[in-house]
Ligand binder design. Structure first.
Ligand code: PMP
Length: 412
């Protein structure tokens, strides 16, 4: 008899489980709009040319697996706990802008984390240790893993209104009143751009009002930036929400990910940045982030960090990266437009589909209910998450008409 009899079977992950079901389907029309990973027009995974170039450069320089000793503070082949210095420098500059005063005054504590997820988890551990009892406010809905992350870190959270099903848009008044109603000094988790799963972002004017309320309440903004450059095609534009708060002199957290914008998914490359009021505070915060990381995973991976450092650090590669990001964001925008056109052409009910065009980034929230999404899968072999989210990155122009047929049929 097993000592593990009390361990029950865990439920499958709701997002990754969609891909499992897709694989098992033998219908040739099947379409996987579940996972948010970029695909080409032929629905194939895409490795950025700029990543291949950076890797070739690294090979030529003998940088690949063996780490030059000048990069190490110990005589062993590990990165330091905080990660690759060259990566940490460029990742903060990319986010805040190299000429930002918070960078010049060394007021940012940046630690390389295990992509977006690991960086969020590290920040959650810091909150748990140094802000006992503080609550994190999370948008309703949000990326499914946010709740898991704060649950496992034993950080209490509650939701603020975000999505309005009537308009398939932002419930701005609900959002503001929930942020106001929270205890002073709460953390407010915000998606820097391309909100997952809704694709609905506040306007610049709405961001200003959100910042007003957060400051009034002495809350601490906690940005999750998983799509910088991938939403609008512009790195600066996608960082504007974060920069708006930084310009107001607010202390804040930002978790970054290179999964989507550089396609480094499995390399697990990202960072946690804590903007502090003084360089002294930043040094202390950084030291504690390192102390939390050490027993969790010791140190982060080097290969992808070098790719980022090489791409961002070389003007030629950096420009090519921007072009490839514009290409990816552009392809997603064009299937978004085509899906909208197809829906308008096929749906005779007079329903207003313009919400699809107002959304930004990889995802579109269709407003389909749970039973309607079940129809999408059982009848049309379209795989998506049960909240009604589709990943446009998994859609090709050729499949837009078919998808529109499926959506119109499932809605009515
Ligand atoms: N935050 C959000 C909002 C996301 O959509 C994702 C990716 N799905 C992540 C964080 C983290 O992804 P990763 O751990 O691959 O960087």
């Amino acid at each position: 008899v097993s000592r593990f009899n009390d361990i029950t079977m865990a439920p499958p992950d709701p997002i990754l489980g969609v891909s499992e079901a897709f694989k098992a389907d033998t219908n040739e029309m099947k379409l996987n709009l579940g996972v948010g990973a970029y695909r080409t027009e032929d629905l194939q995974p895409y490795v950025l040319n700029v990543v291949k170039k950076a890797e070739n450069l690294m090979l030529e320089r003998g940088e690949n697996k063996e780490i030059p000793y000048h990069l190490l503070d110990l005589n062993v082949l590990y990165l330091p706990i905080e990660g690759l210095a060259a990566f940490n420098k460029v990742t903060a500059e990319l986010l805040f802008g190299a000429d930002n005063t918070v960078i010049q005054q060394q007021r940012v504590a940046t630690v390389q984390g295990l992509s977006g997820t690991g960086s969020l988890r590290l920040a959650a551990a810091l909150i748990e240790r140094y802000f006992p009892g503080a609550k994190v406010l999370i948008s309703s809905p949000t990326w499914g893993n946010h709740k898991n992350i704060f649950n496992d870190a034993r950080v209490p959270w509650s939701e603020y209104r975000y999505y309005d099903p009537k308009t398939v848009g932002l419930d701005f008044d609900g959002m503001i009143s929930d942020i106001k109603a929270a205890p002073d000094g709460s953390f407010v988790l915000l998606h820097g751009c391309a909100h997952n799963p809704t694709g609905i972002d506040p306007t610049p004017e709405q961001w200003e009002k959100i910042a007003d309320v957060i400051q009034e309440k002495s809350h601490i903004p906690f940005f999750d930036v998983a799509y910088q450059g991938f939403a609008s095609g512009s790195l600066d534009e996608d960082a504007s929400s974060v920069r708006l708060f930084v310009a107001r002199g607010v202390e804040l957290f930002v978790a970054q990910s290179y999964s989507k914008n550089l396609g480094l998914y499995a390399e697990r490359i990202g960072a946690i940045n804590v903007v502090c009021a003084s360089s002294d505070a930043a040094a202390r915060v950084k030291s504690q982030l390192k102390r939390l990381a050490r027993p969790m995973y010791s140190n982060p991976p080097i290969h992808g960090a070098r790719i980022v450092a090489n791409v961002v650090g070389s003007p030629e590669l950096f420009n090519q990266w921007k072009e490839e990001m514009e290409m990816m964001a552009g392809r997603i925008r064009s299937v978004r437009q085509k899906l909208y056109d197809s829906l308008c052409a096929k749906d005779k009910s007079g329903k207003d589909w313009s919400f699809i065009l107002k959304q930004i980034g990889m995802f579109s929230f269709t407003g389909l209910s749970k039973t309607q999404t079940e129809n999408m899968t059982s009848k049309w072999h379209v795989y998506m998450t049960k909240d009604g989210r589709i990943s446009l990155a998994g859609l090709s122009s050729a499949k837009c008409e078919y998808l529109a047929d499926a959506i119109v049929d499932s809605y009515h």
